[in-house]
Design a protein around this ligand. Sequence first.
Ligand SMILES: Nc1nc2c(ncn2[C@@H]2O[C@H](COP(=O)(O)OP(=O)(O)OP(=O)(O)O)[C@@H](O)[C@H]2O)c(=O)[nH]1
Length: 358
Amino acid sequence: MTRPTVPVIVVAGFLGSGKTTLLNHLLRNAAGARIGVLVNDFGSINIDAMLIAGQAESTVSLSNGCMCCAVDADGAQDALVRLLRPKAAIDAIVIEASGIAEPRALVRMVTAFDDPRMRYGGLVYLVDAATGSQLRVRHPEIDRHVEIADLVVVNKADLAGEDELARVRADVRAVNDTAPLVVTADGVIDPAALFDVVPRADEVGGTRSRQLTLDELLEECAHESGDHGPGDHDRADRRHDHLHDGFTSVDFVSDRPLNPRRLAEFLERPPAGCYRIKGVVAFDVPGHRQRFVVHAVGGFVRVQREPWGGRLRTSTLVAIGVGMDADIVDRRLAELVDDGEPDPNGVLSITRYLVTAP
Ligand SMILES: Nc1nc2c(ncn2[C@@H]2O[C@H](COP(=O)(O)OP(=O)(O)OP(=O)(O)O)[C@@H](O)[C@H]2O)c(=O)[nH]1
């Protein structure tokens, strides 16, 4: 019996819009389907892979920066080939793009893999219901991403009022009036909706109606990323405005526990330019020695608590933003390490953000 082709779905969306949350929901509710996951995070520490680890059958992290700009696409291709092996018996593959990846290039990368065992499964694009309307003004590229989406998920509906939701819906519809639009919280969508997404025939520019070869794709990626040799770089860069231009990340790893009060201040009032902070942290506070997963997205803080489960009690944080002063961020991160000063209620500044895992 021949196996049906495996859909390869790209999940994209701005920083912190809820991609990992949606993916985790999908993995927990796959109803027996085996899902292969490819995570493309930004920065050298792959926090998203850490947050998905243990749930996916096979997680392949690409931590070489932005996949769409990786001139050597072999990493992604090898990962897909590995997931497509009949022995892996994978029913669907989901690629979680970094929050600043260029979805159009990712889609082309997938459609360029000329492998009869797979088919392109659509672009799922997440929009943050609470911040989406302001973000698209500051980052007009977001509209171009929504435009090519096959399914638009307006997530974080719980954080938006009726008016905000109506505005975000109208914004989406203004640039894409054909893709299904789902309003959701915590990425709760029916997995069947994803696996059934069929690419639209009228894709902008017709890129999906014709498969690009990998060489063509790489040429295009090199062109788009301004990779024309050192002398040409500035000139080439001015020709395009990928969302990730100007974004930088600062990583932090410590074997020492962090100070909860200082961490809360860092999450609530991040350094100038920092939009997104995520990571896992350890505190040396009686009753609070579990693994804390912390997120801050444009001022919204969320924390989850779970057992370490045999993992090293290491604190790992990534701060992502535009125009951040890396030295200042480094310094603030270094100051998070606990110096043992007694602070009996300090942990409350973190636990007040605790949510139970959806
Ligand atoms: N209130 C609320 N918070 C949410 C919702 N969905 C996700 N979050 C939280 O938003 C934060 C970011 O969610 P992620 O799923 O990590 O977002 P992401 O798009 O993968 O983030 P990046 O990979 O950094 O771009 C986490 O704290 C989530 O728990 C939601 O519907 N409502």
